[in-house]
Ligand binder design. Structure first.
Ligand SMILES: [Zn+2]
Length: 134
């Protein structure tokens, strides 16, 4: 069986949350370089992050699961300023393009792990920490 990279993560927690989600759905995953990075986070860039591998056959399904979880969370949030659903969790305010940080933020919220992140509304540009929910 061939394993292919589904995603790479900057930290252990994010990688394990994604792994857990996928394995709940019956997808076998495998993390590479997690020990290196956990021992020495400075090496993250050197080795290219913790890589989450899935079987070639599961790749499309795994990608769908990650996207779906993200979309479902997004549906629930409303910008308190303009009421738009076009909101993303961002780790660094004003830089909302990092898809990985957005996804990680969603996972961490789902698991009740406290994080210090900002929500960015793409419609009005508002940034806030507590979204309204439907
Ligand atoms: Zn807004």
């Amino acid at each position: 069986m061939n394993f292919v990279i589904l995603h790479s993560y900057n930290n252990y927690v994010e990688a394990h949350i994604a792994k857990g989600m996928l394995e709940e759905s019956g997808i076998t995953t495998w993390l590479q370089d997690e020990n290196t990075i956990t021992l020495d986070p400075i090496l993250t860039n050197a080795v290219g992050g913790i890589k989450l591998f899935v079987s070639e056959n599961d790749w499309a399904q795994a990608k769908n699961i990650l996207n779906k979880i993200r979309a479902e969370q997004k549906e629930k949030w409303i910008c308190p300023n303009c009421g738009s659903h076009n909101i993303e969790k961002v780790s660094t305010p004003k830089k909302a393009s990092n898809w990985l940080s957005v996804l990680a933020g969603l996972f961490l919220i789902d698991y009740g792990i406290p994080i210090d992140k900002t929500l960015h509304c793409f419609k009005c540009g508002n940034e806030f920490s507590e979204p309204k929910e439907d």
